[in-house]
Design a protein around this ligand. Structure first.
Ligand code: SAM
Ligand code: DTB
Ligand code: SF4
Length: 313
């Protein structure tokens, strides 16, 4: 599937046909009832110079998120240890930076990555733009994955973010790939984009060679003070369609049901899993907003016979 009309036709199939196709593709490549649990920690919160219209951490919006300095490594490793005890196998560290700058702060992030790896967790970072050399240093420290979202289509991008462009995003993804780090890249629905914008973003992701190993699909968390606070909400079914199309276009990727789970009923989350989602953020906080508590998720998985992925030996 290579053209936008083809992807759009898939997206618009009757829902049950679409979910059936996505579930068939999913079973062919995964054939199990496993879900990957990834824990997220904001290691450097707020005060970001970028203008991403959805983001509570952009300094220019009054959202009540206080800017904090980069966390100490010991505190990060304590959080990582707790996440592992709760059952997470991947630990993702997020920083509200436009880009990584060489120096003591980046050195500290490298130390965090080494520490997370020594706990037996997969290490993932999301730190903004990266140069080829910085990507290489992250890989050397043991970083397994780098999250850098395209967020929306190339056509829509300028309405959401003006302080960088789509090619900057694609360049960082290339630097990550070339350093031998796996790519985690996806986007957000609910920012006033059209269905074609959503399909176009998925097409761009799927056209990457190789395709991203991980594709987070976020439903906009509307945070007061951000320009998108009053964006109209998207329906659950739109989320299911997005996940199903991502699964069909990227059969081997971990498709992550990411931000927005607090707005989805448990049944809706299970429908997303039927449509091919096989990973979630685990723990009661995303970066600055809420997420279901550990116990709530574990109870849901137990009820549905979904098993958390075990750490790799
Ligand atoms: N600053 C880095 C960057 O932008 O690449 C890393 C952190 S940034 C917060 C990571 C991702 O979180 C964004 O690309 C966006 O997809 C997602 N995100 C941020 N705010 C969100 C919101 N309110 N709702 C849903 N997703 C959001
Ligand atoms: C991704 O796609 N979603 C996560 C993770 N990658 C870094 C972030 C979601 C952030 C939601 C808003 C917040 O908590 O600040
Ligand atoms: Fe900064 Fe990332 Fe938020 Fe954009 S999404 S404002 S780059 S923290």
């Amino acid at each position: 599937m290579r053209t936008l009309p083809e992807v759009r036709a898939l997206h618009d199939l009757p829902l049950l046909d679409l979910v059936y196709r996505a579930q068939s593709v999913h079973r062919e490549h995964f054939g199990d009832n496993k879900v990957q649990l990834c824990s997220l920690l904001s290691v450097k919160t707020g005060g970001c110079p970028e203008d991403c219209a959805y983001c509570p951490q952009a300094a220019r919006y009054q959202t009540g998120v206080a800017a904090e300095p980069l966390m100490e490594t010991s505190a990060v490793l304590e959080a990582a240890g707790k996440a592992r005890e709760a059952g997470a196998t991947r630990f993702c560290m997020g920083a509200a930076w436009r880009e990584v700058k060489d120096g003591p702060q980046f050195d500290r992030v490298l130390e965090m990555v080494r520490g997370v790896k020594s706990l037996g967790l997969e290490a993932c970072c999301t730190l903004g733009m990266l140069s080829p050399d910085q990507a290489r240093r992250l890989r050397e420290a043991g970083c397994d994955a780098y999250n850098h979202n395209l967020d929306t289509s190339r056509e829509k991008y300028g309405d959401i973010i003006t302080t960088r462009d789509y090619d900057d995003r694609l360049r960082t993804l290339r630097n990550v790939r070339e350093a031998g780090i796996t790519v985690c890249s996806g986007g957000i629905i609910g920012m006033g984009e059209s269905v074609d914008d959503r399909c176009s973003m998925l097409l761009t992701l799927a056209a990457q060679e190789p395709q991203p190993e991980s594709v987070p699909i976020n439903m906009l968390v509307r945070v007061e003070g951000t320009p998108l606070f009053s964006a109209p909400p998207v329906s659950t079914i739109e989320m299911v369609r997005m996940i199903a199309v991502a699964r069909i276009l990227m059969p081997r990727a971990m498709v992550r049901l990411s931000a927005g789970r607090e707005q989805l009923s448990e049944e809706a989350q299970l429908l997303c899993m039927m449509a091919g989602a096989n990973s979630v953020f685990f723990g009661e906080k995303l970066l600055t907003t809420g997420n279901p508590a550990y116990a709530q998720d574990l109870a849901l998985f137990a009820q549905a016979g979904i098993e958390p992925l075990q750490p790799r030996p």
